[in-house]
Write a protein that binds this ligand. Structure first.
Ligand code: MLT
Length: 251
């Protein structure tokens, strides 16, 4: 297995795809997607464009859909949810489809949607991602961090490092054999330095500060936890993610 990390969607190669692409947006899109599927959402459908989201979700009955829109960390007016994973309780999302558009995370998912396997990862489901990779052994794996409007994000890279570190340990291979680019080594080193202070790291990160200024303290705490949900969002059709466990029963 060769693993590469890209710090932003813009840095991700456009002319090739990996066998497996993993989008990461710890704060907060992929944390929200994992939580929604864990709470029993039927699926999550991602959009980079808010108008497109409204148009596609219009054909769904209001009791079967939730529209989530976030820009700049804040909820978009007129939408049911913003982008807080803590809104995704079973009472609110069970059996419903979450239609979601966020500033960066949903763009990262769209940027890799042509890959044969597309997963969504956050710190909260890190082990579920690693287990899937160990089971399916894709030859090439990309972890695509969402970043913030084309720039590096600490929290996404530390999550990439958390996945890479656990993968290397469980494969028992050398870093030299696993790493497809320098970013993998940088991400693992960042994770090793911060693994016991992830909440602090999220508080120091620029988007973490933005969310704190919007009073999202509990979101930061929640998203900084590692391996708390055994749920893997996997793409079933372009832009539509399902819980890998329900996918087995659908097929
Ligand atoms: C994003 O897509 O940029 C984030 O998920 C923003 C947020 O924290 O809502």
């Amino acid at each position: 297995m060769k693993l590469s990390v890209f710090h932003t969607p813009e840095l991700t190669p456009e002319t090739t795809v990996a066998n497996c692409a993993i989008a990461v947006d710890v704060l907060r899109a992929t944390s929200t997607i994992v939580t929604a599927l864990s709470a029993g959402a039927e699926a999550v459908q991602v959009f980079s464009d808010l108008d497109q989201l409204l148009k596609v979700s219009e054909s769904w009955s209001p009791d079967k859909r939730i529209r989530a829109g976030e820009r700049g960390g804040a909820k978009v007016k007129g939408f049911d949810f913003g982008n807080s994973p803590l809104d995704c309780t079973p009472e609110r999302v069970k059996g419903r489809r979450l239609f979601i558009s966020t500033t960066n995370g949903t763009r990262a998912l769209q940027c890799v949607q042509a890959a044969p396997m597309v997963l969504a990862a956050a710190l909260i489901n890190r082990q579920a991602v690693v287990d899937y990779l160990l089971k399916h052994q894709p030859e090439t794996v990309w972890i695509v961090a969402s970043g913030w409007e084309g720039n590096f994000s600490l929290e996404d890279t530390v999550c990439a490092g958390a996945i890479a570190h656990r993968l290397q340990t469980e494969l028992g291979c050398s870093l030299e054999n696993l790493a497809g680019n320098d970013e993998v080594i940088g991400a693992i080193t960042l994770y090793q330095q911060w693994q016991n202070r992830l909440h602090d790291l999220l508080r120091y990160a620029s988007h973490g500060k933005r969310l704190l200024s919007l009073d999202c303290h509990e979101d930061l705490k929640y998203c900084s936890q590692t391996d708390i949900l055994d749920v893997l969002p996997i793409q079933r059709e372009p832009g539509v993610l399902m819980n890998s466990q329900s996918l087995v029963t659908v097929r």
